[in-house]
Design a protein around this ligand. Sequence first.
Ligand code: PLP
Length: 277
Amino acid sequence: MRADALEAALTPATRAVVVTHLYGRLADMEGLLAVAERHRLTVIEDCAQAHGAERDGKRAGSFGRLACFSFYPTKNLGAIGDGGAVTSSDDILAARVRQLRQYGWGSKYSVTLAHGRNSRLDELQAAFLRIKLPLLDGWNARRRAIAARYAAGISHPDITLPALDGAAWIAHLYVVQCERRDALREHLEAHAIGADVHYPIPDHRQPLAHAPAPLAGGDGRDLRIGRVHGDELDRAALLEGGHGQLHDGDVRQPDLLPRLLHRHPGGAGRDLTHARR
Ligand SMILES: Cc1ncc(COP(=O)(O)O)c(C=O)c1O
């Protein structure tokens, strides 16, 4: 999400904005917070793909009023099953989230808050996460090193690579953009390299976003999904996640990928020095 795109998407009814640090890249929080401050918006960070991403010593999750983390097993910090956390430096909000986590109880058996649920982090998952947390920075560095190998090896005029961005990018996914995405995907799959589209339906085109109010929940005024990014997502394709625990001997695909991308249909005979980054 860019600050100018956010500003353009605002309506008089906008109260809050959820900033997703997509694919592990810390968003332009300084710019976004400036817009939020100007329009008195609450900022919620979606850090599901950005555990440990940081810029100037500030980490994902420390900018907004609330931040949400997913510990789904494929995340950079993943549990062995589902899990997640909400963080906040606002004591009142934090108490409210704790209450929502536990049925909306004000005190034992006494429900004082609507929409509560049982959403406690399972103790076993917490124990695994506790062991993994100190390893996170090392795994993130490893992911970045693998991404740097892709970046050094892939050079093709049709393919836009994700920018290397120091510690602000934890390389959760290595997502490239390609005008002929489906052909690239077929080409990679023919060579047994998994590739997927992230995301086939962006939020603003989800059926729910256009559903009549009763289907959309509440009175329909609860949620509006704005379009705050361009069509670039339409061209995005996930090539390879990699992960922080890969040993050198296991990193077969980063070497194979560049070779395959050079041979991607349309690449032959073209000047490969003009790749967009
Ligand atoms: C950006 C983002 N937000 C939210 C979620 C949801 O996380 P969970 O499934 O743990 O609720 C995910 C998980 O895929 C995600 O990638």
